[in-house]
Design a protein around this ligand. Structure first.
Ligand code: G4P
Length: 284
């Protein structure tokens, strides 16, 4: 098995992001709280030099809360301003503006000294596919949506959303490309749906995922699918077959449809129905 992936359109996305970053004060990077390091593209560190940095551990509603708290500490220790959240809820957005203000405190003070007051902080969302960038922007914008429109000269063609009196958010996120030299990272990215399932067949991927579940969340499958099988001592292939049978995923001749069962498994994981899970431990 070999996973490697670099979509060609990312070159254009990177160029656009380099341009956009020049216009902003703070880069807000969305990570998947279930796989915070795997969903982080370290290249953003070079693109965002001299900018304030904030990390949002998104989809925290589906991650293991205790582990998310540790990941928050991990990123704070690296110098990031950090929040974890469920971006689908636009009720929890006040801490976002508060944290942006806190992260840009020095810049605001510098502006004041130079006589610039009330210039809004400009922020931009970045992240790899499927971490929730659009969902976040919609929720944050809904709170107080005023499109500021184009700023002639400086920001030609850019749309800014005014949030409250002191934050402006670029309405299109910067799409980062998933990056991995390590197969384990590639697998986590496939589990969370940030890289295409087509890299492996769905059932091959599911067999790997069952390995992870056996070690970390061994009751999740029996609880969800109501299957009567000794998870620890069964072959992954057998387990997937049982899921197929339990969910009536059958081919002609009543053969279990493993790809369909795998699709159900990932659908359930990606929407939190398998329970709250974190795929990744903090490195030593
Ligand atoms: P992207 O722009 O970064 O590519 O991600 P996008 O906002 O499209 O979100 C990808 C999927 O993740 C969407 O689900 C979205 O609803 C879900 N999502 C985003 N943020 C959160 C979160 O904080 N918690 C949870 N539980 N889910 C989140 P989808 O099934 O692809 O679409 P939809 O049917 O929900 O519209």
């Amino acid at each position: 098995m070999n996973i490697q992936w670099y979509p060609g359109h990312m070159t254009k996305a990177k160029r656009m992001m380099q341009e956009d970053i020049k216009l902003i004060d703070i880069v807000i990077e969305l990570l998947d709280a279930r796989a915070p390091l795997s969903s982080k593209n370290p290249d953003i560190d070079n693109l965002a030099t001299n900018k304030s940095r904030m990390v949002i551990l998104n989809k925290a509603d589906m991650a293991d809360a205790r582990k998310t708290a540790k990941w928050e500490e991990y990123f704070k220790a690296k110098g990031f301003f950090v929040l974890s959240m469920d971006s689908r809820k636009n009720s929890g957005m006040k801490p976002v503006s508060d944290t942006i203000r806190e992260a840009c405190k020095e810049k605001i003070a510098r502006d004041r000294k130079r006589g610039i007051i009330n210039r809004p902080i400009r922020a931009m969302i970045v992240g790899i596919p499927n971490v929730g960038k659009s969902t976040f922007i919609n929720s944050y914008a809904k709170k107080s949506c005023t499109k500021v429109g184009n700023k002639p000269g400086v920001t030609k063609g850019k749309q800014w959303i005014r949030i409250g009196k002191d934050v402006e958010l670029l309405d299109t996120p910067g799409i980062l490309w998933p990056k991995f030299d390590d197969q384990e990272i590639g697998l986590r990215l496939a589990y969370i749906g940030s890289i295409n399932d087509e890299i492996l067949t769905k059932s091959e991927l599911a067999l790997k995922f069952i390995d992870f579940l056996k070690i970390n969340y061994c009751n999740a499958l029996t609880d969800r699918y109501n299957i009567d099988i000794d998870i620890q001592n069964s072959e992954n292939f057998e387990i997937l077959k049982q899921i197929a049978v339990a969910r009536l995923c059958l081919l002609k001749g009543n053969e279990p449809d493993l790809d369909k069962a795998a699709a159900i498994l990932f659908d359930d994981f990606r929407s939190g129905r398998l329970g709250r899970m974190t795929l990744e431990e903090i490195p030593e």
